[in-house]
Design a protein around this ligand. Structure first.
Ligand code: ZN
Length: 550
C-alpha cells in the first residue's frame, strides 16, 4: 500500500513520526484489496499505514514504540459477536463446574466452594454440563443439599437454559410441588413424588432469579474489569454483549477510569424496546468504545435443555418438540415487538436454535421488512443452530445475519444426534451451506456458554472435531470451513453485524488500531493445533493492552 508522506507531515513542517509501528510481521490484513504486509504504523487510535518494513520504518521517530513481530502472524483484533460479558466476569470469580466429569465431582466442587464463603451468600454461575457425566442424568438438589444447608445455590447449566436450585434456594423462591410451570418454562419434578427436583428450565428460572440479591455497582465494575482483562489476554478487542441491559453504566465507569480494554456493543432486552425507542436512540449509537441500539430477544430455548423448538419431536424425549420462549406469547407479541423496534431504527437480534424457531423468526423478519420497507437494518439470528435445508437460503435472500458460535458444534456434537437424529444433524451448524448460499456469518462464542478464546472457535469451525474425540475427521465434516473463512466471520462478519465494517475488521489505513499477534501461523499449521495457539500481543485503540513478556 503506498503511503502519501505529505499527508503525514506535521503542520509546522517537521517530520511526522508514528506513535507505534509493527515491523517484521506476517500480516494478514483481511482486506481483500491488500491481503498481506510486513509492517503497519499507528497514530493515536488509528492505523495510518500498512506496507513493507522499509516503508513503515521511515515513519518511526525518536518516540515511536516499535514492536518486532518476529515473523509471527498479525491479524485484526477478534470481535466476538455474542457474549454475556458481565456473567463472564462474575464466572471468573465463581465456582467452576464446567469440567466436572461426574455428579460426585460436581457436588464436591460446590462443597469446597461453600467452605470459602460467608454464610448465606448465594452461589450462582457454575456452567455445569451433565452431558459429560456417565449417564447424562440431570442433577437434583439432593446431590448438594447435604453440603449447603445454609447456602442458597442456583447454578446454571453452561447454556444458561436451566439451573439447579438447592433446597434452600427453592424455599426462598417459594417453589413447591404446587408451583405451576410458567409459560416458556418447566419446573422439573420427580416422576414418583411430584416434588421439584431443583432443576428449573428457561422461564422457570426466574422464580429464583427474583430472590437473588442484585450485585452492587462496584461488584459489577469488578466483574467487568475481570472480563475485559480476560478478553485482552485472548486477543478479543470487541464484544457484542447480548445481555448488557442496564449495565451500560458499568462499562461507562470502566471507560471513564481508563480500564476498559474491549469495545462493547451493549445490547438491550427486546421486551423493553419501547423504552429505548422513546429516547430516540437508533442502532449502533455511541462511541467507538461503547455503543448501544441493539435489542436481543428469544424465540426458543436450547438443545441441551430440550427446549429448542423443532418441527419434529426429540428422539430421546418423544413427547416434546421443544418450547417457544415466553417472548413468543401471547401469539403475535414477537411480531409486534420486532415491527416496533425496527420501525424505531433499532437493530433486532433474536436467539433461535431449533429449526422451527428459526423458521418462525425468518418469517417474522420477512413480514416486518415488507411492512416497514427497505433499509439497512441488519436483522440477526443468534445461533441459527438447526435449519431445515429449505431455510438455509433465506438468510442470504433476506439479508439476515447468521450469528453463530462454532464451539457449540464441537460441544453439542457429542450428543446432538441422540436428540435429533442423523437427518436433522446434517444441517446443524451449517457453516458451509450458509456461506455457499451467500449468507453473512458473524462468529462469536456465547461466553460464558463457551470459552471466550477465539482459537477454540476457529479450531471448531475448521475441524468440527467434537470435544469427546469421537469425530477425529469432523462431525458432519461437509459443513467445515477454511481458516480464512472462519477468521473472516470472526472479524469482518462480526464487524458487519454491529455496523462497524468501516471502522474495524481489517488492517487498513484509517481504521481503528485493533491488532493481535499470534504465536503461530494458524493458516499454515495443522488445523488440529489451532486450539493451542496463544496470543503474544494485543493492541486495542492504539494501545498495547496485553503482552507476553519473554
Ligand atoms: Zn447467548
Amino acid at each position: 500500500m503506498s503511503i502519501n508522506f505529505a499527508t503525514h507531515a506535521n503542520p509546522d513542517g517537521s517530520r511526522f513520526a508514528a506513535d507505534l509501528i509493527i515491523v517484521n510481521g506476517n500480516i494478514h490484513t483481511m482486506d481483500r484489496s491488500h491481503p498481506t504486509a510486513e509492517a503497519s504504523a499507528i497514530n493515536g487510535n488509528r492505523i495510518i499505514a500498512v506496507g513493507s518494513n522499509d516503508e513503515i520504518e521511515k515513519l518511526a521517530g525518536a518516540n515511536t514504540k516499535v514492536i518486532d513481530a518476529k515473523g509471527q502472524l498479525v491479524l485484526p483484533g477478534f470481535n466476538d459477536a455474542h457474549v454475556h460479558f458481565m456473567s463472564g466476569g462474575f464466572q471468573l470469580s465463581s465456582v467452576d463446574l464446567r469440567d466436572a466429569n461426574t455428579p460426585q465431582e460436581f457436588a464436591e466442587r460446590i462443597r469446597d466452594f461453600v467452605a470459602k464463603l460467608p454464610k448465606g451468600r448465594w452461589i450462582t454461575g457454575g456452567d455445569w454440563d451433565h452431558e459429560r457425566w456417565p449417564d447424562a442424568k440431570l442433577p437434583t438438589k439432593e446431590l448438594i443439599d447435604p453440603y449447603t444447608p445454609d447456602t442458597p445455590v442456583f447454578v446454571n447449566r453452561l447454556d444458561g437454559h436451566m439451573a439447579l436450585a438447592n433446597r434452600l434456594a427453592l424455599k426462598l423462591a417459594g417453589v413447591t410441588r404446587e408451583t405451576k410451570d410458567p409459560p416458556g418454562g418447566v419446573v422439573v419434578r420427580d416422576s414418583k413424588t411430584g416434588e421439584p427436583t431443583g432443576i428449573l428450565k428457561d422461564a422457570a428460572q426466574s422464580f429464583v432469579w427474583k430472590v437473588i440479591p442484585a450485585a452492587s455497582f462496584e461488584e459489577k465494575v469488578a466483574a467487568a474489569r475481570a472480563a475485559t482483562n480476560h478478553a485482552a489476554s485472548l486477543g478479543v478487542t470487541s464484544v457484542q454483549d447480548m445481555s448488557a441491559g442496564a449495565d451500560v453504566g458499568v462499562y461507562q465507569t470502566l471507560l471513564d477510569r481508563g480500564e476498559l480494554k474491549t469495545r462493547v456493543y451493549a445490547v438491550w432486552p427486546l421486551p423493553g424496546w419501547d423504552r429505548l425507542a422513546r429516547t430516540g436512540v437508533r442502532a449502533h449509537f455511541g462511541s467507538a468504545m461503547l455503543r448501544t441500539g441493539g435489542l436481543k430477544g428469544f424465540a426458543d430455548g436450547s438443545l441441551g435443555s430440550t427446549t429448542a423448538l423443532f418441527f419434529e419431536p426429540y428422539l430421546d424425549e418423544p413427547n416434546t418438540s421443544g418450547i417457544p420462549s415466553d417472548e413468543m406469547f401471547p401469539e403475535g407479541a414477537m411480531l409486534e415487538r420486532v415491527r416496533g423496534a425496527d420501525r424505531a431504527g433499532l437493530q433486532v437480534i433474536i436467539h433461535a436454535i431449533g429449526d422451527r424457531a428459526n423458521d418462525n423468526m425468518l418469517s417474522i423478519y420477512e413480514r416486518v421488512e415488507k411492512e416497514n420497507g427497505d433499509r439497512d437494518r441488519r436483522f440477526r439470528i443468534e445461533h441459527a443452530q438447526h435449519l431445515r435445508p429449505q431455510d438455509i437460503t433465506r438468510f442470504a435472500r433476506d439479508k439476515v445475519i447468521a450469528s453463530m458460535q462454532p464451539y457449540h458444534a464441537i460441544d453439542d456434537g457429542r450428543w446432538a444426534e441422540k436428540r435429533i437424529g442423523p437427518e436433522r444433524a446434517k444441517t446443524t451448524y451449517a457453516f458451509r451451506s450458509l456461506l455457499d448460499s451467500g449468507a453473512m456469518l458473524a462468529f462469536g462464542t456465547d461466553w460464558t456458554v463457551a470459552p471466550l478464546n477465539p482459537m477454540l472457535s476457529i479450531y471448531a469451525a475448521v475441524t468440527r472435531r467434537t470435544l469427546d474425540g469421537k469425530h477425529p475427521n469432523g462431525w458432519i465434516p461437509e459443513q467445515r470451513i477454511s481458516v480464512e473463512e472462519a477468521i473472516r466471520a470472526y472479524i469482518v462478519g462480526s464487524a458487519f453485524a454491529e455496523f462497524q465494517e468501516n471502522e474495524k475488521g481489517t488492517i487498513t489505513p484509517g481504521k481503528l488500531a485493533d491488532i493481535v499477534i499470534l504465536a503461530r501461523d494458524i493458516f499454515k499449521i495443522d488445523p488440529k493445533e489451532i486450539e493451542k495457539v496463544k496470543v503474544v500481543t494485543t493492541i486495542m485503540d492504539g494501545r498495547v493492552i496485553y503482552e507476553v513478556k519473554n
